[in-house]
Design a protein around this ligand. Structure first.
Ligand SMILES: [Zn+2]
Length: 135
């Protein structure tokens, strides 16, 4: 009788250990999946999102009003403030219906230069800016 009770106890101890180690494995696998997904999401959103200067929430780079605190914000396509200002201007002018050639002419008249190499603006460069950032 005593052997039988000891056998039953041992049986349940073995079952318990086996099932808890199985749980542990699947828990670790789940953790890994969650971490990989978080890394993927972080990489995806890093390029398209930025911090609101007012409330520090993550908002779209293209936002002109913060989704959270509703304050007006300047779109931020690149970190360089001068380049960013040009990109914002080009996109804004394009939205008013100006052609690429008209935009480049306007920028050249103001004396703005294409910052990458200090050259004058042309239709093609304006087109590249629109293709890259106005999506
Ligand atoms: Zn905000």
């Amino acid at each position: 009788m005593l052997y039988f009770i000891m056998f039953v106890i041992l049986f349940f101890v073995v079952i318990g250990i086996a099932s808890s180690s199985r749980k542990q494995t699947s828990f670790l696998e789940n953790q890994q999946t969650v971490m990989n997904e978080q890394k993927r999401q972080a990489a995806l959103t890093a390029a398209s999102r930025r911090e609101c200067p007012r409330c520090s929430e993550s908002i779209s780079r293209k936002a002109i009003v913060c989704h959270y605190c509703k304050s007006d914000v300047e779109p931020k396509y690149v970190d360089d403030p001068t380049a960013n200002k040009q990109i914002v201007e080009i996109i804004t002018l394009h939205k008013t219906g100006m052609e690429k050639s008209e935009i480049s002419q306007k920028l050249n008249e103001k004396g703005d230069k294409f910052l990458a190499d200090g050259s004058d603006w042309c239709e093609e460069k304006v087109g590249n800016i629109l293709n890259t950032f106005n999506t």
